[in-house]
Write a protein that binds this ligand. Structure first.
Ligand code: SF4
Ligand code: SF4
Length: 184
């Protein structure tokens, strides 16, 4: 469920982007025994979530870990079907979440205060949905109780992403899959 493509001009430099929402473990297993408020995403703004609730909100799609180029003039983003070298593509989880910012310095941290800066997040992203007052999708693990559904529904990058480790830098531009206009 990637953004619709549109025409764009050149795409000069690459960003590698992230948010603070990824878990190293399967979300449901991770949160067994952790106290989260009933349907917290409907009752509290992002700034009022506990650390556990914030982490649980990530649907595990992996879309934010796809590499992106940004047009210097328009700010538009070109999304690649190439994932950060630390993304475990099958699980769509960061393989070294604790050390990610040391290993991938341009992996950015999403916080409730910065949500407006992250306009490149997919419309399907749970953080963006909550920030925009929309409901979580039926396939979200917090709704379905099934973390595999995000993959079966084709929302995650599991079925198509390839690792940056396997793509030479000079071939990256061949892997653009969508252009994401960034307004204002
Ligand atoms: S895009 Fe997907 S993986 Fe990334 S923060 Fe949003 S829900 Fe989590
Ligand atoms: S370092 Fe981890 S969290 Fe950051 S972009 Fe890469 S895979 Fe995603």
């Amino acid at each position: 469920m990637l953004p619709e493509s549109s025409e764009s001009s050149h795409i000069p430099h690459m960003l590698r982007i992230l948010r603070f929402g990824r878990l190293a473990l399967h979300p449901v297993r991770q949160f067994v025994g952790i106290d989260m408020r009933e349907r917290f995403w409907e009752h509290y703004p992002l700034e009022e979530l506990t650390a556990e609730e914030w982490e649980a909100l990530c649907d595990g799609c992996g879309q934010c870990c796809l590499l992106k180029f940004q047009d210097d003039d328009t700010g538009d983003l070109a999304v690649l079907g190439v994932a950060c070298e630390l993304l475990d593509i099958h699980s769509c989880r960061c393989s070294d979440y604790a050390n990610r910012q040391a290993r991938v310095p341009d992996c950015e941290r999403l916080t409730p205060q910065r949500i407006d800066e992250f306009r490149w997040l997919p419309r399907s992203c749970a953080y963006r949905r909550v920030a925009e007052g929309r409901k979580l999708a039926g396939w979200h693990p917090l709704i379905s109780g099934d973390p595999e559904r995000v993959h079966r529904k084709g929302v995650s990058v599991r079925s198509f992403a390839i690792s940056h480790r396997d793509v030479p830098e000079e071939q990256l531009e061949d892997h653009i899959i969508a252009i994401l206009p960034i307004d204002g």
